[in-house]
Design a protein around this ligand. Structure first.
Ligand SMILES: Cc1ncc(COP(=O)(O)O)c(C=O)c1O
Length: 367
């Protein structure tokens, strides 16, 4: 009998622990073979020539932007509905974020609105596109626009390890892909971690230098880099996690399809839609409920020991730290989503009876 459904369930099993212990006993704790092996396996996963392990997903974004030479006052187009860390590196570099609203049904950057936002007179430089909740953005349209205006493309794939668009994995479309291994992500390294993917050898070399005190292959400090390395214990855990990822993605998809089936007739609950050419990896399963009902709905689920999350409370241009630094912006779709979104439990261990329990309680609230 189900009487509790956690929002996430992070797997760190005996094999992962034993890999971590082996590394601790080896005494080689940074800059070793584990990080390199994880990088090679991750490059394979993304079908890219290079992968560079870094300390977290935010560092992946920051170092990518530095390696791509994003400078103060360059314009960087950013989706309105994403995590804060998609835009904080843009601001950190003194560049100007330009926010673009998202598709109302699928929550990724709307390419038509992106096109409308580009003004060649105002220094457009790059597009950061988020594969939101694990769903790839419309990469064909985004790449076409990037090509037309000569913009670089950074994929924020922090939530979308091995999501597929038109048969191709995310992280392999843009100039660079950025991943997070934060513990709740679809795979982790047992703490913070991140990865940069690219086919560009110069960009890869630059990112490698920037994460390691600016040292080039000969060990000389040729760049002004800091320390953003991924250490060996985490890389060893990450390698084990990566072998489980295909099964975990499959389990998430099955849970999502059960939610879709069981919730489809509740008219107050709007379900997430997918692009036909995409294979979603369901980092989150977000539903939209009436804004006035959201707090009560979450309390109701909490009373039935069902964990929920909100991704996110505010559209990215509305955070105080962002709005104080940019011109007035209104993004009706992203703002509406943020007022109504609730993420239901989603993780690979979610069983059919647990999904049924959640769906019955969701239905019970709106009866
Ligand atoms: C869309 C998105 N971008 C960037 C990040 C930042 O990753 P990290 O927390 O590893 O720095 C996250 C996760 O937290 C995220 O969800």
């Amino acid at each position: 009998m189900v009487d509790e459904v956690p929002f996430v369930d992070i797997t760190i099993d005996d094999e992962m622990i034993s890999e971590a212990v082996n590394v601790l006993e080896s005494g080689r704790l940074v800059k070793g073979p584990e990080c390199e092996a994880l990088e090679n396996a991750f490059a394979d996963l993304c079908s890219t020539d290079h992968a560079i392990g870094v300390s977290n997903g935010t560092a992946a974004l920051l170092l990518s932007m530095k390696a791509l030479d994003i400078n103060p006052r360059d314009q960087v187009f950013v989706p309105g509905h994403t995590y804060f860390a998609t835009v904080s590196p843009v601001l950190e570099l003194g560049a100007d974020p330009v926010f673009v609203d998202v598709d109302p049904d699928r929550y990724t950057m709307d390419p038509e609105l992106l096109k409308d936002a580009i003004d060649e007179a105002t220094n457009p430089e790059a597009i950061v596109v988020t594969h939101m909740h694990g769903q790839p953005a419309e990469m064909d349209a985004i790449l076409e626009i990037a090509d037309e205006y000569g913009l670089t493309v950074i994929e924020d794939a922090a939530q979308a390890h091995r999501a597929i668009y038109d048969g191709q994995p995310v992280g392999s479309f843009g100039d660079v892909g950025c991943f997070s291994f934060y513990p709740t992500k679809n795979m982790t390294v047992g703490g913070d971690g991140g990865m940069i993917t690219t086919d560009d050898p110069e960009l890869a070399a630059e990112a490698r230098a920037l994460r390691n005190h600016g040292r080039d292959e000969s060990g000389k400090h040729t760049h002004l880099g800091l320390n953003y390395r991924l250490d060996e214990v985490k890389a060893a855990i990450g390698r084990e996690q990566l072998t489980r990822l295909p099964d975990w993605i499959q389990a998430r998809r099955e849970a999502a399809s059960q939610y879709n089936e069981r919730l489809q007739d509740i008219k107050e609950v709007i379900l997430p839609e997918t692009y036909p050419q995409s294979k979603h990896v369901y980092h989150h399963y977000p539903v939209l409920v009436p804004a006035s009902e959201r707090a009560g709905f979450r309390t109701h689920l909490d009373e039935h020991r069902i964990g929920t999350g909100i991704h996110y409370e505010e559209a990215v241009h509305q955070h105080k730290a962002v709005r104080d630094r940019v011109k007035n912006t209104t993004l009706p779709v992203a703002e509406d989503i943020c007022a109504r979104t609730v993420s239901l439990p989603m993780h690979p261990q979610l069983s059919e009876p647990e999904v049924k329990y959640v769906c019955n309680r969701v239905g019970g609230y709106f009866q």
